[in-house]
Design a protein. Structure first.
Length: 264
């Protein structure tokens, strides 16, 4: 099922032995548009330290009480690598984090999650000292050199960073990002929710990720292969209602009737 990104914000995170904190933000991969890490504020427990929780650890989501249960302990979270979430997360940071929990590197294997297209429900490994796999030291050195480079471009993006990006069609600006629709099964971002109220009254419209031509991270814009009028005429999106299969098919049929195809 597809969920509005704002539904995840402030969700409580529950470890196997108690509360960890609440979701403040999340990182997604700007190449595959997959949510890679939840940014969790630990509150009074760890003096408001921000920690990363991978969707791999998620076992259950209870939307009624906005609680996400994970298969790790509070001690594991407390002892996890300290990563400054106010700065770009490098590949080196990811390697340290994934190595700590015993997760495979998603960027090296087949599938969106390093094994397949769904985050496996796997028990994390907790050790006080880890033996680096073959090639890891070289990868870390390469990561350090990339960070030093003036052209270094982090591949992980913050949801709150993109939340107000402007949407540019083939014939002009049409609105700004209001949220994202995320598949709760595999954590793939499927749609951008666009606020168009500055141009015409609307609850919002949805743009498929595949219709993005380019994201300019320097000037905070997203370029799409649609016209302003095609978006104005698109079925409206109501965040108070679940975006079901029937509504999704209606949206796809709207653009197909106009001759728009994915990737054009």
């Amino acid at each position: 099922m597809l969920r509005n990104s704002n539904e995840f914000i402030n969700c409580a995170i529950s470890a196997t032995d108690g509360a960890i904190g609440h979701i403040e933000n999340f990182y997604f991969d700007d190449k595959t548009w997959v949510v890679r890490y939840l940014i969790v504020d630990t509150g009074n427990w760890l003096f408001s330290r921000k920690v990363l929780i991978s969707p791999r650890a998620v076992e259950q989501v209870n939307w009624e009480n906005k609680t996400i249960s994970v298969n790790i302990t509070k001690e594991q979270v407390k002892s996890s690598p300290n990563i400054d979430t106010e700065k770009p997360v490098s590949r080196q940071h990811e390697m340290t984090y994934n190595g700590y929990y015993g997760y495979p590197y998603y960027w090296e294997e087949i599938g969106l999650w390093g094994i397949d297209d769904y985050p496996p429900m796997m028990m994390p490994i907790y050790t006080e000292s880890l033996t680096a796999p073959l090639g890891v030291e070289q990868e870390i050195e390469r990561s350090q050199e990339q960070i030093k480079s003036k052209n270094y471009d982090p591949h992980l993006r913050s949801y709150k960073e993109i939340e107000t990006y402007r949407i540019l069609t083939s014939d002009g600006e049409i609105g700004h990002v209001k949220g994202l629709l995320i598949d709760e099964e595999n954590w793939i971002v499927r749609y951008i929710i666009v606020d168009t109220t500055a141009w015409w009254p609307s609850q919002g419209v949805l743009i498929e990720i595949q219709r993005i031509k380019e994201v300019n991270w320097a000037d905070n814009t997203i370029h799409i292969n649609l016209t302003q009028q095609s978006i104005i005429d698109a079925p409206p999106y109501d965040s108070k209602e679940l975006f079901n299969q029937e509504k999704e098919m209606g949206l796809k049929e709207h653009y197909q009737r106009l001759g728009y195809r994915i990737g054009e």
